[in-house]
Design a protein around this ligand. Structure first.
Ligand code: G4P
Length: 286
């Protein structure tokens, strides 16, 4: 998707549009990147979602470190938030998402039934920052025979509902929120995972950030991919980048090497990784 430069005007518009869409739905599906479950969240969601039921999806789990994904799962659960993992690209986890949404809405429908109100399709929207996999997920949720429902009064022109069986209706366009810009570290994490494609950062800065993170958390990945030995990992990040540049056969072209490192990490070629450490959950503490 095209990268948007998020000026204050764009943010206000995105917020307004997301808030409008939220009014129409029963459940908001917040999608985050499982490699950066904290950095790929936009805190505004908490504010605008009000009393709406919420489901967090940790998407791209195929790229994330499984032990960290488990900890993030436990963490969100301990916060009373329903969370599931998905691989939207391969359609994994979609069935579970549908089941979880029904479960979330069951008490509401039971209450309605008592009042004589019959159940109706559950209305959904997907919300999140760019590139977390929202469109891919929407495409997976609908099947080929999906039909559009009629325009509903009050719905923004051009906004359509996608019917998913008899149980769900999904807004065809996701709510898009801006990525967090709160610190250089968060910016680097977003850039490294591809969430901000043309970040105002240079590839070599992102590569140096990647080396500093992977030296600590995933040193074996670096050793294997770039033919390094233990003592190489004690070099400064800049010296390590120069050594990798040489090992890749790029002579002194560290920019080319930086691009390669970032590409390798983004595509998961080095291995599965998570850049945000899960907070210790209440259950773990206990
Ligand atoms: P968005 O609407 O939130 O902006 O995201 P979108 O669906 O466009 O997905 C962004 C990128 O993430 C796409 O890759 C998509 O294929 C990929 N993606 C979505 N879900 C998953 C997943 O579960 N695992 C992995 N590994 N990737 C996922 P792209 O590079 O833009 O295109 P392509 O690789 O599909 O060609």
């Amino acid at each position: 998707m095209a990268t948007i430069q998020w000026f204050p005007g764009h943010m206000a518009k995105a917020r307004r549009e997301a808030t409008e869409k939220l009014k129409l739905v029963d459940v908001v599906i917040e999608m985050v990147d499982a490699r950066i479950p904290e950095s790929s969240r936009n805190p505004i969601i908490e504010e605008i979602k009000g009393q709406k039921k919420q489901l967090i999806l940790l998407n791209k789990v195929d790229l994330a470190d499984p032990s960290q994904t488990k900890r993030w799962n436990d963490y969100f659960t301990s916060q009373g938030i329903k969370v599931l993992t998905t691989e939207a690209k391969d359609g994994k986890g979609i069935k579970q998402v549908k089941a979880a949404i029904k479960e979330l809405m069951a008490p509401v429908f039971e209450k309605n039934l008592e009042k004589g109100i019959r159940p109706r399709p559950i209305r959904l929207m997907v919300l999140g920052i760019p590139n977390v996999g929202k469109s891919t997920f929407i495409n997976r949720m609908i099947n080929k025979n999906q039909a559009e429902t009629a325009n509903r009064p009050g719905v923004t022109k051009g906004q359509r509902w996608l019917k998913i069986g008899n149980d769900f209706e999904l807004l065809d366009t996701p709510g898009i929120l801006w990525p967090k810009f709160e610190s250089e570290e968060v910016g680097n994490k977003l850039a490294l995972t591809g969430a901000i494609k043309d970040a105002l950062l240079h590839m070599d800065d992102i590569a140096l950030f990647a080396l500093s993170q992977f030296k600590l958390d995933y040193p074996e990945y670096l050793k294997k991919a770039y033919r390094l030995i233990d003592s190489d990992l004690e070099l400064s990040n800049v010296d390590l980048l120069m050594l990798i540049t040489k090992n890749l056969g790029f002579k002194e072209d560290y920019e080319k090497a930086s691009e390669r490192i970032v590409f390798d990490i983004r595509s998961g070629k080095l291995g599965r990784y998570t850049l945000d450490q899960a907070p210790v959950s209440l259950t773990e503490e206990a």
